[in-house]
Design a protein around this ligand. Structure first.
Ligand code: GDP
Length: 435
């Protein structure tokens, strides 16, 4: 499938947030959060100026056929535009799961990616709470609109993941949630009203690997192994500003080696079509080469050499989150939002959901087979019982028949005797008269 040509890599693409997602969406407006508001305001200003310069038309005008000149024109060339209009009208849904231990910069990154403030009222648990803590699922939704295109974004967070002393079951919560969403979709799809199904399936799982350590930990492998056939996993090295270039490269290599050794296949980038232009091919190559993305997140806008940048201020300088030399943040955002969001959804539908659906159907048919077998056995045994009941009735009937027949014989004998007696009586009377 041909990838849609991505827009030029944006410095900032601020969406407008509407309140459709309840508290979470309202959190995006963030009137109280001064920092987030500032971020949004500055980012809005940057983006508006940029998009005004290079904004492509939202709805390409369909070609009007001129029947005199264009005799060969049938009109189906406008089909892509028709599909485009319909999809834009319907809006889009995307669900992103974020998994990783607490403090790795997950919330900061999500806010930086979608220019919102999804975690305004968040409370961080203390040490005692964390010892006993179990992994929970926390879902936040925000409605984003950008150039007339509406996106309902759901972020599924897993607070408590890896926080407890015993983290063995952390992955269970994630797999259960993913399966539940598939099951719900399967039930909705098999129901009568299939028109307004809400798609809550997880389209992508951003798994955060810590920058410390030498490679993937047992706990990371445990989760990835259990999830990689259910969801598109994209690995992210959090807080990558803790590492220098060589360290980032080495860590990436070791992670990829670990995945290969454990036969784990994460989300596979689709092959780039040969007719794509060179810029797109180059961008695709760079994205693939950057995996796992080493990211830095920040919700602060700083001024560097007269330019506003999203970054982290340190005593020795500024880490510019959007600078490709400092982090893969822009690559991750381009991949996740601008170039591969639809492919992540398609892979969820065509690969992961199909697997789940096939398993469900096979379980249902096995159950149906077992039920049929049971019914058959039951009906055989009840037929045998019926036969036994019939033969018993027959036996009784035969007995009765025999009794009736014997009584009829007796009756016939008695009638015969009576007849004889009567004849003898008659003869006796006749002889008396003769005398
Ligand atoms: P979460 O618990 O994984 O959601 O982590 P948070 O986003 O709440 O971040 C925890 C702390 O790390 C906060 O103090 C952030 O300011 C800081 N932080 C977030 N992202 C980064 C990053 O990329 N690099 C560094 N050095 N610190 C970060």
């Amino acid at each position: 499938m041909k990838q849609q040509q991505p827009p030029p890599l944006p410095q900032s693409q601020p969406p407008s947030l509407s309140g459709g997602g309840g508290a979470a969406a309202a959190a995006g407006v963030g009137a109280g959060a001064a920092a987030a508001a500032e971020v949004n305001a500055v980012a809005n200003a940057i983006s508006l100026a940029e998009t005004a310069k290079s904004r492509p038309p939202l709805y390409p005008k369909p070609k009007t056929p001129s029947f005199d000149k264009d005799r060969d024109y049938i009109g189906f060339a406008t089909l892509p535009e028709q599909v485009h209009r319909k999809s834009v009208k319907r809006g889009f849904e995307f669900t992103l799961m974020v998994v990783g231990e607490s403090g790795l910069g997950k919330s900061t990154l999500i806010n930086s990616l979608f220019l919102g403030d999804l975690y305004k009222n968040r409370t961080v648990p203390n040490v005692e709470e964390r010892i006993e803590k179990t992994t929970r699922i926390e879902k936040k939704t925000m409605d984003i609109e950008e150039r007339g295109v509406r996106l309902r974004l759901t972020v599924v967070d897993t607070p408590g993941f890896g926080d407890a002393i015993n983290c063995e079951d952390s992955w269970r919560v994630c797999t259960q949630y993913i399966d539940e969403q598939f099951r719900q979709y399967f039930t909705d799809e098999s129901g009568l009203n299939r028109r307004n199904i809400q798609d809550n399936r997880v389209h992508c799982c951003l798994y955060f690997v810590p920058p410390w350590g030498h490679s993937l930990r047992q706990m990371d492998l445990d989760l990835i192994r259990r999830l990689h056939r259910k969801v598109n996993i994209v690995l992210v090295i959090g807080k990558a500003d803790c590492l220098n270039k060589t360290e980032v490269r080495n860590l990436k290599e070791r992670i990829l080696q670990d995945l290969e050794d454990n036969h784990i296949q994460l989300y596979q980038f689709p092959e780039c079509d040969s007719d794509e232009d060179d810029d797109f091919k180059q961008q695709d190559r760079e994205l693939k080469a950057s995996i796992p993305f080493a990211v830095v997140g920040s919700n602060t806008i700083l001024e560097v050499a007269g330019k506003k940048v999203r970054g982290r201020q340190y005593p020795w300088g500024v880490v510019n989150v959007e600078d490709a030399e400092h982090s893969d943040f822009i690559k991750l955002r381009t991949f996740l939002i601008s170039t591969h969001m639809q492919d992540l959804k398609d892979t969820t539908q065509d690969v992961h959901y199909e697997n789940f659906r096939a398993q469900c159907i096979s379980q249902i048919s096995q159950h149906a087979l077992r039920e049929r077998g049971k019914l058959k056995r039951d009906s055989i045994s009840s037929t045998n019982g019926f036969d036994a009941a019939i033969s018993e009735t027959d036996r009784l009937l035969l007995q009765k028949d025999e009794e009736i027949r014997r009584m009829q014989d007796m009756l016939t004998q008695m009638q015969e005797k009576l007849k004889q007696t009567h004849l003898m009586e008659m003869k006796k009377n006749d002889s008396v008269i003769d005398v």
